[in-house]
Design a protein around this ligand. Structure first.
Ligand SMILES: [Ca+2]
Length: 320
């Protein structure tokens, strides 16, 4: 337990952290995806005054071993049993940013309060804080969003590219003890314009309550498409639906002569918080430039662009 009083030099930090990165690479993850995180970890900890206990805790988290083998510490004596830490890098991107405002945008590992395991996320580190990305849809990976309940629950895609973080992860992120989460929806069209919609609070319920959506006050210049213009299009308070799980309020809805019961399966080919059905749907089918007008299934935020499928959408959460 000598670690409590141990004060390593910068060189010692470097030795520990590089060893940690090596351990991570070949013991657990066996994939290159973890490397950017490790590199980021090294960069962060070399520039911030963390304790040795914290750093070794990080290593133990990465090796998934509460009492890892002694880690090479160069000339130091600290090879005692290592205590686990409460969080590997932070509860969320905001927490990481608060601890180190110089953190750069990229992939991080977080552990929200209440989570049993860590989550890999993409953090956008801006002047106004650290934002945890929960959705990115820009067609760059040709990622299909017409997916099952299970896929939307678990998440899909590439964290550094197009992806949906997963409803279980979004639930954990937005229901942390004493941490208020706000949402920012970022949008771009094919003409090069951008807009955003902010919500002062953003929470979803657990799966047992069908991931019901709860939003705070709107601000921004893209319009409040989540709430739409009337009760039928208001998605605040709606349950999540997918093509194989219809929790919407259509029974039946009509488009022209056609009646349908499932917004997700019959109209929009998207997992979303449909009411009957609403005018926001960022998980609809991405359309190429020139082919982006007038589709039912599209990347839609109709208070901003009524008929167009958008060039990109991002949904990010900040905590305070
Ligand atoms: Ca229905």
């Amino acid at each position: 337990m000598a670690l409590r009083s141990y004060s390593p030099s910068v060189e010692n930090y470097r030795s520990v952290l590089i060893t940690c990165a090596c351990l991570t690479t070949w013991t657990v993850f066996r994939c290159s995806a973890i490397l950017p995180t490790c590199v980021e970890l090294i960069r962060q900890l070399l520039h911030t005054p963390h304790s040795m206990k914290y750093m070794l805790g990080v290593c133990s988290q990465y090796t998934q071993n509460p009492t890892p083998n002694p880690i090479s510490l160069g000339s130091t004596q600290a090879t005692d049993k290592v205590e686990e830490t409460q969080t590997p890098f932070g509860y969320d991107c905001s927490n990481i940013w608060i601890r180190n405002p110089k953190s750069t945008t990229g992939i991080y590992t977080i552990k929200p309060t209440g989570a049993n395991s860590t989550i890999q996320v993409f953090c956008e580190m801006n002047d106004d804080g650290g934002w945890t990305l929960i959705q990115k849809h820009d067609g760059q990976d040709n990622l299909p969003f017409d997916r099952s309940w299970y896929d939307y629950k678990q998440g899909f895609g590439n964290i550094s590219g197009e992806h949906w973080l997963g409803l279980d992860n979004i639930y954990l992120l937005t229901n942390q003890e004493k941490r208020i989460s706000e949402l920012r929806v970022s949008l771009g069209d094919f003409a090069g314009s951008e807009a955003f919609a902010g919500y002062s609070t953003f929470n979803i319920d657990p799966e047992s309550k069908f991931y019901k959506l709860s939003l705070g006050n709107y601000s921004g210049n893209a319009g409040d498409a989540f709430r739409g213009q009337c009760s039928a299009t208001n998605q605040d308070g709606s349950l999540f639906s997918t093509k194989d799980k219809d929790n919407d309020n259509c029974d039946a809805c009509r488009v022209g002569d056609m009646a349908f019961r499932s917004c997700s399966n019959d109209q929009f080919k998207s997992g979303w918080w449909f009411n009957s059905c609403g005018i926001a749907d960022l998980n609809g089918q991405w359309r190429t430039n020139g082919e982006h007008i007038g589709w039912a299934s599209a990347v839609s935020w109709k208070t901003w662009r009524t008929l167009e499928s958008l060039k990109f959408s991002k949904m990010s959460v900040r905590h305070n």
